[in-house]
Design a protein around this ligand. Structure first.
Ligand code: NI
Ligand code: MN
Length: 227
């Protein structure tokens, strides 16, 4: 059994009872988050891109846990320069880790860290397909809609898709509905909405429009879904 817990915004922890991973740990800076970075006991930290609402507390959590930080190459090198132990990957590649298999997928977005009055550009953003306990979980990262989502669903039949619906910076509900159709997962959990006013959305309205064959679930911060 896999337990997927929503930690707010785009942050999820996933455990199979043996290994624990965290994706996009935006905790300290997120007023809606309940967990604190020092409460996170993880074996790996996965980062989709370098924006502050995704990189978040990732370096601190990776260091505190002596956990490997898994990210696209440029972002991984940035985190290594800050003292984290990293495993760089890139889009299209997969790797078997002790906790499971990770594949990096495309994401149409940006990736950079604002350092005072300069922006450190951190290469391409990504999404993740994570295979643990024989289940495929897709975390889309921040992205616009892209037709190749159909390929992701075909190559890695998805048990769960975590999709941004906040609009403005990512897909909105209309695009995320099309994404769900293309990906054809068993279950969709929306993310990246209602953290701040600019990305306010009604997740119930979104779920009610999902095709009948695709289940949907809204997780409140701290709630888990088991698959
Ligand atoms: Ni972003
Ligand atoms: Mn974001």
């Amino acid at each position: 059994m896999l337990r997927v817990t929503f930690q707010g915004h785009s942050c999820f922890t996933i455990t199979d009872g043996k290994s624990n991973i965290i994706i996009d740990p935006f905790l300290k800076g997120n007023p809606k988050a309940k967990a604190k970075p020092d409460e996170m006991k993880v074996d790996a930290v996965l980062l989709t891109h370098g924006h502050s609402d995704h990189l978040g507390d990732g370096i601190e959590i990776a260091k505190a846990n002596k956990a490997q930080l898994i990210a696209p190459f440029e972002l991984a090198m940035f985190c290594q320069s800050k003292g984290a132990s990293v495993h760089p990957m890139h889009i299209g590649g997969s790797h078997d880790f002790p906790f499971g298999r990770v594949t990096l997928t495309i994401a149409h977005h940006g990736s950079g860290w604002v350092d005072g009055d300069t922006i450190i550009y951190l290469g391409n953003p990504c999404g993740f397909v994570i295979r643990m306990e024989g289940k495929n979980v897709y975390h889309a990262g921040d992205t616009g809609l892209f037709y190749d989502m159909k390929l992701i669903g075909e190559l890695y039949p998805l048990d769960l898709a975590l999709l941004p619906i906040g609009d403005n910076f990512t897909m909105g509900p209309r695009e995320a509905l099309k994404a769900a159709e293309l990906l054809s997962p068993k279950m969709v959990i929306p993310m990246h909405y209602n953290t701040f006013d600019l990305i306010a959305q009604n997740p119930q309205a979104f779920l009610s429009r999902l095709p009948g064959a695709i289940g949907g679930k809204i997780l409140e911060v701290g709630d888990s879904y088991e698959l």
